[in-house]
Design a protein around this ligand. Structure first.
Ligand code: SAH
Ligand code: DHB
Ligand code: MG
Length: 226
């Protein structure tokens, strides 16, 4: 089925998005540098762009930069004076991302922080960064519960949180089995279910990246930060 899912993705991309030579170059640079090809798909990039535009985001926080592909979609959605802060643990990934942000003309609006996110997040808070309007969680899966907790600390009522890779090949439904990543995703779902201040849904997807899905959550007005 993956060939068909990929062909349908290509059809949608062809009819809906104009050719984007910058993004093509960005993906080529990621491939040349040997980065794993695990960036979001073009259709998912457009979805992030649309969600951020709809929400009117001017401060966005991304967990997991890789080569900057999703970050470019997000940064392009920013209003005037907006900023994307993006967190990446791997210095090689970060180097590629920095040059891709430059290539996309976005260096001025992207603040790329290199190091394990849980470390760079403390720094962000000490600097008084935030609140952020929009969060994209797409780094290591075992730490998703921490990234959700941090997002809530750095959010405001009305903030949107999107989490990638929440299906784990279907293993998300397995209570006792599974690796740390799967347990991380499951813990995130428990946190959300225990939090009356979050409205959320999870959508399964197929496409050029296979079978997966994403979560979208809204921080409600009455959300109480603990
Ligand atoms: N959002 C990217 C893809 C991210 S892939 C895109 O769609 O274009 C996941 C990234 O998270 C990898 O680059 C990996 O190095 C990074 N990562 C893994 N553990 C991390 C951590 N503890 N802190 C920050 N980044 C981490
Ligand atoms: C992997 C990570 C991702 O963020 C993704 O979208 C797909 C795969 C991975 O680590 O294998
Ligand atoms: Mg992902």
């Amino acid at each position: 089925m993956k060939d068909l899912w990929t062909a349908v993705d290509r059809y949608f991309e062809g009819v809906l998005f104009p050719d984007d030579p910058v993004l093509t170059q960005v993906l080529a640079a990621c491939g040349d540098a040997g980065l794993p090809p695990i960036q979001i798909s073009p259709g998912q990039g457009m979805l992030l762009f649309l969600l951020a535009r709809i929400q009117g985001a001017s401060k966005i926080l991304e967990f997991g930069t890789l080569g900057g592909y999703s970050g470019i979609w997000l940064a392009r959605a920013l209003g005037n004076g907006g900023q994307l802060v993006t967190l990446e643990a791997d210095p090689q990934h970060a180097r590629v991302a920095a040059s891709n942000f430059e290539r996309a003309g976005l260096s001025g609006v992207v603040d790329l922080r290199v190091g394990p996110a849980l470390k760079t997040l403390s720094g962000l808070r000490e600097e008084g960064c935030g609140p952020f309007d929009f969060f994209f969680i797409d780094a290591d899966k075992k730490n998703i519960p921490h990234y959700l907790a941090w997002s809530l600390k750095l959010a405001r009522p009305g903030s949107v949180i999107v989490v990638d890779n929440i299906v784990q090949g279907g293993a998300v439904i397995e209570k006792d089995k599974g690796d740390e990543g799967i347990q991380g995703v499951r813990r995130m779902f428990e946190m959300i279910s225990e939090d009356p201040g979050l409205a959320a849904t999870a959508i399964q997807t197929v496409g050029r990246k296979g079978y997966d899905g994403f979560l979208v959550a809204l921080v409600e007005e009455e959300h109480v930060v603990v």
